[in-house]
Structure formats: structure tokens, C-alpha cells
Design a protein around this ligand. Structure first.
Ligand SMILES: *[C@@H]1O[C@H](CO)[C@@H](O)[C@H](O)[C@H]1NC(C)=O
Ligand SMILES: *[C@@H]1O[C@H](CO)[C@@H](O)[C@H](O)[C@H]1NC(C)=O
Ligand SMILES: *[C@@H]1O[C@H](CO)[C@@H](O)[C@H](O)[C@H]1NC(C)=O
Ligand SMILES: *[C@@H]1O[C@H](CO)[C@@H](O)[C@H](O)[C@H]1NC(C)=O
Ligand SMILES: *[C@@H]1O[C@H](CO)[C@@H](O)[C@H](O)[C@H]1NC(C)=O
Ligand SMILES: *[C@@H]1O[C@H](CO)[C@@H](O)[C@H](O)[C@H]1NC(C)=O
Ligand SMILES: *[C@@H]1O[C@H](CO)[C@@H](O)[C@H](O)[C@H]1NC(C)=O
Ligand SMILES: *[C@@H]1O[C@H](CO)[C@@H](O)[C@H](O)[C@H]1NC(C)=O
Ligand SMILES: *[C@@H]1O[C@H](CO)[C@@H](O)[C@H](O)[C@H]1NC(C)=O
Length: 492
């Protein structure tokens, strides 16, 4: 039994993050493997199949016949080893009604074997005559086909081979050693046995490998942790959907413990997703809800706090800097340093349209005065910021960048009397532009590493936005020097 697995890379490529929560069977992340991606998957699949099938041991055979004058002749072939498979470009992959069909034709194989031949000749006396040698066998015009059904089984993908066959067109045995010429004809009688062995053993081994692939798929994690706060719900939703030349996999994709906000989202197949005319192997679409569930989780985990004690214009963090804007602040706490304690009043909300990605951030900014050893909160200003941004990708990392569009201020409470928001508008704008946005951008700029399976990398990723949806368009590269995909299941 072959050791390695057949690993249709397409499934593995799905393992991008996004998280869990949710009601019903909603898909918020869809991955579409387009025809170019299927072709790529086919090549990886066939490459892996060839690796897993060679060397392949075939059963030996023995034949005895009685020949007039000569007596009983016994011939055996043994140690039959298929050691080389040559699959030329003549292969196709095609989505079928409920599965994937992969057919490789024009395959040739090299097989080595040992032969021996013996008989008791009464004619020449009670003498055993024997001979042996090796033979090379060339199998040509072989065709191998497999139909795999991929279904959703309890939120995981289950793979079942519904058909697998191998047909050998031509077989050619050449003997080396011994009195080869003498036995050639006899050995040719083994052709049918070898043909039958190849046609039986290859499908058996392919099915064996796909069983392992099936366990691998079913063992994929239901959630992938992004950090110590949250994880993505990787539950597969629906059966894979097959297009004419593409397959779509839908994943719940929400972040754990988030409350889904868009529960009645009507989900259409994404098979017609486009990357602006370009043809890409993989199209990964993420709903707005994915991002919002993440923001919600981080908000609820209380991890959206920022205490600001350094800004480019440090004079703004001293009451003296506010002397003319809020005189009462300066009078109460002359020349005291201040810190700004910023926290989210609600989870930030992201909106995606075909033109832009927007975010609304609703924050409370508490002004703390550092008076002696005391920290005195003196006022709280509600700041609602709207920003818009772009998402870019490089390799397996996705980056974001935000720009301030607009903001509004209102005073929540104050211990230093009422003051008009219009008075501090300018100062806050400077603060937002010189401290807040750069801070957010430095965090977004670190990027988010897509958890792609070891051995695969995304190439030439670019991002397309459409209504409520962000799509990553990408090609895939496979490092086939990775020692063995069989050792793979280590995600990320
Ligand atoms: C993950 O998603 C599935 C399918 O949408 C859902 O049934 C399940 O409850 C989710 N798991 C969690 C932990 O939210
Ligand atoms: C079987 O064949 C391989 C090469 O094809 C050879 O290395 C090996 O020694 C053979 N084994 C036996 C028992 O003849
Ligand atoms: C396979 O057999 C063919 C024809 O005998 C030969 O040209 C080729 O070199 C063989 N390949 C290997 C890897 O032995
Ligand atoms: C379905 O999946 C859940 C985990 O998501 C597991 O607890 C349950 O046992 C599975 N049910 C079956 C029938 O395999
Ligand atoms: C796999 O396919 C075979 C043949 O079509 C069928 O008999 C079997 O029930 C299937 N198994 C699963 C788990 O779907
Ligand atoms: C999560 O990790 C961050 C740093 O990576 C740390 O500051 C934070 O306290 C951790 N949170 C929990 C709940 O462990
Ligand atoms: C699939 O092909 C058929 C016939 O060629 C066509 O009518 C149909 O629109 C195609 N479907 C998709 C999703 O491209
Ligand atoms: C910031 O404000 C929150 C309440 O909004 C408070 O719980 C927290 O202790 C404050 N942190 C600092 C460093 O003042
Ligand atoms: C595979 O090749 C890449 C570049 O070609 C190289 O960086 C990497 O170290 C190689 N990996 C192994 C396991 O050889």
C-alpha cells in the first residue's frame, strides 16, 4: 500500500481563516477554485499520485504446461515492480454532477521483473534444465480515471471514490539474460497476467490513498485560532457546488462568540465571481459579516483600549496646551500632563461597497489629568469616526490602510464645565490625523497572515470589492520540494 496520499490541493487551499458563531447554515466565506486552479490542482494531484504509486509491487505469477517430448514446464515471473510512471500533458479534470472526475490518458509505465523457467526432460534423461533472468516491461497507452464525490458530512468534507479504473492498451516485455530468445514467446504468455495486475493494483492503491485523504479532510479543524482571543468557524456549509469548470466551497467563516448581525443574508453561489476579467486559480470571498464578527469578538473581549501618553505634538497632552480652548481646565490643573484613555463605545462596524471599504468607529475618549500622583478623569468626549480604506495583499499577507473621512464629537460628561465641541474640533482633527490614524495603520500594516497550508503560497494576490463582499483573487504556487505532502496536516 502506498504511503503517500493523493492530495487534491484544492481542498487544502481552502484553509484560510475566518471564524465561528452563528445561527443556521450560513456561509460567510466562499472559496471558488476556478478552472486555472483546477488545472493546477490536477497537476499537483497527479504528481502526488505518481509519487505515491512508485515503486509499486505487483503480484508474481506462475504457469505450468506439459509439452510433448519435453515434459512439464514451469515458468514464473516474480519481483514485478512498477518503478516509473510517465503522465504526459494528456490529462483532464472536470467537475461532474456530484464530484470531480480526473482522467489521465497516454500514461506509460516501466516495470522490472525477474523470470525463471525450468523443466524436467525425460527425453534427455532425468535432468532439470533451468534458466532465469530479468525483464523490462513497457506499458503504454494506459488510461487512469477516478471519480471522487465530495460531500458535506456534518460540517466536514467527506470524499468518496465512486469510480476508479485503469485500462492498459499495450504491453511489451523484453527479456535480458539467460537464453532470452528461447523463452521470449513463453514469457509473452504472462502479458495478460501483468496487464490484469496493473489494472487491478493501480486503482486499489489510488482508492487506498483517497481513503487517507478522506480522513485528512474529515479531520480538518472545525476552528482555526487566530490569536488568544478568537478563532474562525471553519465548518463547511452546504455541499460543494460544481460549475462547468469551477468548484465552490462555503464555510461558515464567522469569528467565535460573535453574534451574527446579518442573519438573513441570501447566499447565492459565487461561481460567477470575477476578478475583473483576469483569470485566477482561486477566488476567496469574505462577507462583511466576517469582519464585523471579528470586530465584535475583539470588542467583547475588551481588547480595544488605548491609553495615549505620547503624540507628535506633545504640548497637546498638557493642560497648558488647552489654556485658551478650555480655560477652566488650565485654571483647575495648571501645567499638568494629561493622558487620553480611549475605549470603544461599541464594536466598530465595517461596510464594503463596490467602491470602497468603510468603517465607523464609536469611541469614548476620557481626558485624564495627571495631578501629582493622582489620575483625575475630567471629561469624556464621544468621538464617532468614519474612515475609508483599502485592502492590499502581498504573498500570504493581507494589509489594510485607513484614512479619516469625517468625525463628530459630543460631550458625554465633564467636571470642568460645558465646553463647545466646535472649539476642540481642530485639535481633535490634528490628533486623529497625526496619532490615531497612524496608530491604526501601523497595526493594520502588520497585516494578517492567511493560514495557507504548508507548501502552498499565494501568488499575485489582489483584492476586489463588491457590495458587502471582499474578494481575494490569487494564483497558487506549490513548492514541490516539500519533502512529503503526506506529513502535511499541520495547518499553518
Ligand atoms: C459554526 O458554524 C456552523 C455552521 O454554520 C454552526 O452550526 C455552528 O454552531 C458554528 N459553531 C460555533 C461554535 O458557533
Ligand atoms: C527485485 O527487483 C529490484 C529492482 O527491480 C532489485 O533491486 C531487487 O534486488 C529484486 N529483488 C529480488 C528478491 O530479486
Ligand atoms: C522506460 O522505458 C523506455 C523504453 O524502454 C525507456 O526509454 C525509458 O528510459 C524507461 N524509463 C526509465 C525511467 O527507466
Ligand atoms: C458532528 O460534528 C460535531 C462537532 O462539530 C461532533 O461533536 C459530532 O459528534 C459529529 N456528529 C457525527 C454524527 O459525526
Ligand atoms: C461511497 O460510494 C459508494 C459507491 O458509490 C457507496 O456505496 C457508498 O455508500 C459511498 N459512501 C459514502 C460514505 O457516501
Ligand atoms: C493575548 O495575547 C496578548 C499579547 O499577544 C496579551 O497582551 C493578552 O493579555 C493575551 N490575552 C489573554 C486573554 O491571554
Ligand atoms: C455551463 O455550461 C452550460 C452549457 O454550456 C451553460 O448553459 C451554463 O450557463 C454554464 N454555467 C455556468 C455557471 O457557466
Ligand atoms: C480607562 O477608562 C476605563 C473606563 O472607560 C477604565 O476602566 C480604565 O481603568 C481607564 N484606564 C486608565 C489607564 O485610566
Ligand atoms: C524549496 O525551495 C525553496 C525555493 O526554491 C526554498 O526556499 C526552500 O528552502 C526549499 N525547501 C526545501 C524543504 O527544500
Amino acid at each position: 500500500m502506498a504511503h503517500h496520499h493523493l492530495l487534491p490541493s484544492l481542498f487544502l487551499l481552502l484553509l484560510f481563516a475566518s471564524a465561528s458563531a452563528g445561527t443556521g447554515d450560513e456561509a460567510h466565506v466562499s472559496a471558488v477554485i476556478a478552472d486555472k486552479g483546477l488545472a493546477f490542482a490536477k497537476d499537483v494531484l497527479i504528481g502526488e499520485a505518481v509519487r505515491s504509486l512508485t515503486p509499486l509491487r505487483l503480484p508474481g505469477a506462475e504457469k505450468s504446461v506439459r509439452v510433448p517430448f519435453l515434459g512439464g514446464i514451469r515458468a514464473t515471473v516474480s519481483n514485478i515492480t512498477l518503478f516509473h510512471l510517465d503522465v504526459r500533458d494528456d490529462s483532464v479534470i472536470r467537475p461532474g454532477d456530484s464530484g470531480l472526475v480526473v482522467v489521465a490518458s497516454g500514461v506509460s509505465a516501466n516495470i522490472s521483473m525477474a523470470w525463471s523457467y525450468s523443466y524436467h526432460s525425460w527425453y534427455f534423461g532425468p535432468l532439470e534444465i533451468s534458466d532465469s533472468g530479468t525483464a523490462s516491461i513497457l506499458v503504454q497507452g494506459m488510461e487512469v480515471g477516478i471519480t471522487m464525490e465530495i460531500k458535506n458530512y456534518n460540517g466536514s468534507l467527506a470524499l468518496n471514490v465512486s469510480q476508479c479504473g485503469c485500462y492498459v492498451k499495450n504491453i511489451d516485455i523484453s527479456l535480458d539474460g539467460g537464453s532470452s530468445w528461447l523463452y521470449q514467446g513463453f514469457i509473452n504468455a504472462f502479458e495478460d497476467d501483468i496487464r490484469a495486475a496493473v489494472e487491478k493494483v493501480i486503482p486499489e492503491n489510488i482508492i487506498g490513498s483517497t481513503t487517507k485523504l478522506d480522513s485528512f479532510l474529515q479531520g480538518l479543524p472545525r476552528s482555526v485560532s487566530l490569536d488568544n482571543v478568537t478563532a474562525v468557524n471553519m465548518t463547511f456549509v452546504n455541499d460543494p457546488q460544481y460549475g462547468n469548470s469551477s468548484i465552490e466551497f462555503d464555510i461558515n467563516g464567522l469569528f467565535a462568540s460573535a453574534v451574527p448581525k446579518t442573519s438573513n443574508l441570501q447566499k447565492h453561489p459565487m461561481l460567477s465571481l470575477s476578478c475583473g476579467g483576469a483569470s485566477n486559480m482561486l477566488l476567496l470571498s469574505l462577507d462583511e459579516a466576517v469582519f464585523n464578527s471579528a470586530l465584535d469578538v475583539y470588542y467583547k473581549a475588551d481588547s480595544m483600549h488605548w491609553v495615549v501618553d505620547k503624540i507628535p505634538d506633545q504640548s497637546l497632552l498638557n493642560t497648558a496646551g488647552w489654556k485658551f480652548i478650555i480655560p477652566r481646565l488650565y485654571r483647575s490643573y495648571p501645567n499638568d500632563d494629561m493622558v487620553l484613555n480611549i475605549s470603544m463605545a461599541s464594536a466598530p462596524v465595517m461596510r464594503i461597497t463596490s467602491e470602497t471599504i468603510g468603517a465607523t468607529i464609536n469611541a469614548d475618549m476620557i481626558i485624564d489629568v495627571l495631578h501629582g500622583t493622582e489620575t483625575v478623569p475630567v471629561a469624556c468626549i464621544s468621538v464617532v469616526v468614519s474612515a475609508s480604506g483599502v485592502v492590499e495583499a502581498s504573498g500570504n499577507t493581507v494589509y489594510g490602510r485607513l484614512e479619516l473621512d469625517d468625525f463628530s464629537l459630543s460631550l458625554k460628561w465633564s467636571k470642568i464645565g460645558n465646553f463647545h465641541m466646535s472649539l476642540i474640533q481642530g485639535v481633535i482633527r490634528v490628533f486623529l490625523n497625526t496619532a490615531c490614524m497612524p496608530y491604526l495603520n501601523s497595526r493594520l500594516g502588520h497585516g494578517f497572515v492567511l493560514p495557507v497550508v504548508h507548501g502552498f503560497t499565494l501568488k499575485d494576490v489582489y483584492v476586489v470589492t463588491s457590495a458587502k463582499q471582499l474578494t481575494l483573487c490569487s494564483d497558487i504556487a506549490f513548492a514541490n520540494n516539500v519533502s512529503s505532502l503526506a506529513s502535511l496536516p499541520v495547518l499553518w
